[in-house]
Design a protein around this ligand. Structure first.
Ligand SMILES: C[S@@+](CC[C@H](N)C(=O)[O-])C[C@H]1O[C@@H](n2cnc3c(N)ncnc32)[C@H](O)[C@@H]1O
Ligand code: SF4
Length: 300
């Protein structure tokens, strides 16, 4: 039997499907991004978990005999915990689960402002190897519109700090986030941010609203922008074409295979840039000739 129980729902990056999810906080400390409904239910009110409880859970896992290699620290931004608390958690993992080789977490850029490169490097040496950063966009207008509470510069500062500490970064960019009006600048400035930061991994998702788009669309109508509408397939492919064309990455693993995407793209950038651009161009010009996910095959 699985040794842990969670305050549901629990979200993790798709690539962490094999990892043990250790819920060291509940919810997201920011919880204001207007596109994100992940932690808005009453049960997901933000709260860090007490260290004693975390220790009991780690002991439970150890006693279950499960061989754990990777751990993902949940929920939405476990990196908001202070340095000393993160250190305590990593020490407990080392003590009770010595087979663990990698710990990872979601991380908001602001989670790192009160942590030095030396502290992050210490955590890296203790096993905290990978930060998933939802930059969502590199465009300051889009970032302000979605209430991310971050900017191009704050995102770049965090990604640079992660690199300098020896950790790896995996960035998420959201296609369609600026609607048709901001689509081009969203793509260009997101590429610019990635080019400066050179993350280890980059994935793109398509913004989707399983609970309805009212909250998101309201932000557009309240400001000076044209009313929001979701980009159509062709518009999304064009946004992807602009993003890929502008990307000048040296060695970043690129994935656009999340269930929200119509078109699956995978490769290493820059090596595979031309190949990926060709696929996108085919999707724009002859969409019947390549596999495109049907609406019913998509999800969040
Ligand atoms: C569970 S969230 C946690 C991320 C972390 N709090 C951060 O902001 O860096 C993971 C990612 O899911 C994606 N996401 C959230 N809401 C989404 C939506 N409505 N449509 C598409 N992707 C979404 C965003 O890219 C977000 O960064
Ligand atoms: S995207 Fe991340 S920071 Fe924004 S509300 Fe969702 S979980 Fe919190």
């Amino acid at each position: 039997m699985y040794p842990l129980s969670y305050i549901e729902p629990v979200f993790r990056p798709p690539s962490e499907w094999k990892s043990l999810i250790l819920q060291v906080t509940n919810g997201c400390s920011w919880n204001k991004c207007v596109f994100c409904d992940m932690y808005t239910s009453e049960s997901k009110k933000f709260r860090p978990k007490k260290v004693k409880q975390i220790e009991q859970e780690i002991i439970k896992v150890a006693q279950s005999g499960l061989i754990v290699r990777k751990i993902f620290l949940a929920d939405g931004d476990a990196m908001m915990l202070p340095f000393n608390r993160l250190k305590e958690i990593l020490l407990l993992i080392k003590q009770y689960l010595p087979t663990v080789t990698r710990v990872s977490s979601y991380c908001l850029p602001r989670n790192l402002t009160n942590k030095t490169i030396e502290q992050l490097s210490e955590l890296q040496h203790m096993g905290l190897k990978l930060m998933y950063v939802g930059c969502e966009s590199g465009d300051n207008e889009v970032l302000s519109l979605i209430d991310k509470g971050e900017t191009y510069n704050s995102s770049l500062a965090a990604l640079t700090k992660i690199k300098q500490s020896g950790m790896k970064s995996s960035v998420m960019i959201l296609n369609g986030l600026g609607g048709p009006e901001l689509s081009r600048q969203h793509a260009i400035n997101s590429a610019k941010l990635m080019n400066e930061a050179q993350p280890d991994f980059l994935s793109t998702l398509v913004v989707s609203f399983p609970l309805g788009e009212e909250r998101f669309a309201k932000r557009f109508t309240e400001s000076q922008y044209q009313p929001f509408r979701m980009l159509g397939q062709q518009e999304l492919f064009n946004e992807m074409k602009t993003l890929l064309s502008e990307l000048a990455l040296e060695k970043t693993i690129f994935r656009s295979d999340h269930a929200s995407n119509y078109l699956v793209l995978k490769g290493v950038l820059g090596k595979d840039k031309d190949k990926l651009l060709n696929i996108v161009q085919m999707a724009i010009e002859q969409s019947q000739s390549i596999p495109i996910r049907q609406e019913w095959q998509r999800g969040l």
